[in-house]
Design a protein around this ligand. Sequence first.
Ligand SMILES: NC(=O)c1ccc[n+]([C@@H]2O[C@H](COP(=O)([O-])OP(=O)(O)OC[C@H]3O[C@@H](n4cnc5c(N)ncnc54)[C@H](OP(=O)(O)O)[C@@H]3O)[C@@H](O)[C@H]2O)c1
Length: 285
Amino acid sequence: MLVATIMDGKALAARVRSEVAEDVRELGGLGLATVLVGDDPASQIYIRNKHRAADEVGIAATDKRLPDGTTEEELIEAVEELNEDDSVDGILVQTPIPGGIDEARVMRAIDPTKDVDGLHPFNAGQLYLGEPTYVGATPLGVIALLDEYGIQLEGARAVVVGRSVIVGKPMAHLLLQANATVTICHSRTLELGARTREADVLVVAVGHASLVTPEMVKPGAAVVDVGMNRTEEGLRGDVDPAVADVAGYITPVPGGVGPMTIATLLRNAVRAARYRRGVLAFPRT
Ligand SMILES: NC(=O)c1ccc[n+]([C@@H]2O[C@H](COP(=O)([O-])OP(=O)(O)OC[C@H]3O[C@@H](n4cnc5c(N)ncnc54)[C@H](OP(=O)(O)O)[C@@H]3O)[C@@H](O)[C@H]2O)c1
């Protein structure tokens, strides 16, 4: 018996994309560059989806591809070229980067004013300080979706499962900033179910199909499933679909966080153009 309200990321993302298209028209166009190293099939799909979405809203997207075996120096050189390129407002380096390349060093090479994923330490530090500039598209998209459905964050017990740099950590910071009481769980967390059952708002970003089962969820909780797991039965989230019988709100997979991530990336590209054109002040000095 399904009780949860489905948080429709696809519908909200469509609205965000049309707002972005309007913003892009007002700005007279903008440029977004993605960098992809190697031929990981999942990364190729993400890049393709991002480009398709960018094209649709009138963003000029540059698709920089580097072969497997690209060295760290070569990748950093490619990033530096994009830093210098005046037609590029925003830069995104797709992760994971293969070949033992130091991802943190690559992120440090991105001009912070163009860092649409918020992974340069300056932008990650701004988030830590509670003064966000760029924040990654996935956690920002999750907040927009929770907001759309009127989920109260202030005073709520929020539990984030996963502490990655791209999702879990920035997610926890945004929830903290929204005045939730935040717990971060990870692979060494003891009694995960006891922790997740405390959550009024539960965000799961692990990469393990159906990790979260109905017994692990507080009745009525808002559950956000960031996971995207390719299984024999198709794309599955980190949350067992039966959780919809217990939760108050839930995001579907697909059609929840995924479309919000792409739409929010486009929104971050608009932010990039505003920073670079002085419409918004980038807090650097
Ligand atoms: N929908 C979207 O737009 C979108 C965007 C990004 C990612 N994703 C998906 O979200 C998932 C997570 O991505 P990610 O990049 O954050 O992954 P990641 O870098 O692999 O991080 C996974 C996190 O989960 C934790 N973890 C692993 N096993 C666990 C367990 N049994 N119990 C509790 N925590 C556990 C890990 O803990 P440790 O830190 O202790 O290792 C780690 O912090 C993936 O399925 C990915 O495809 C979706």
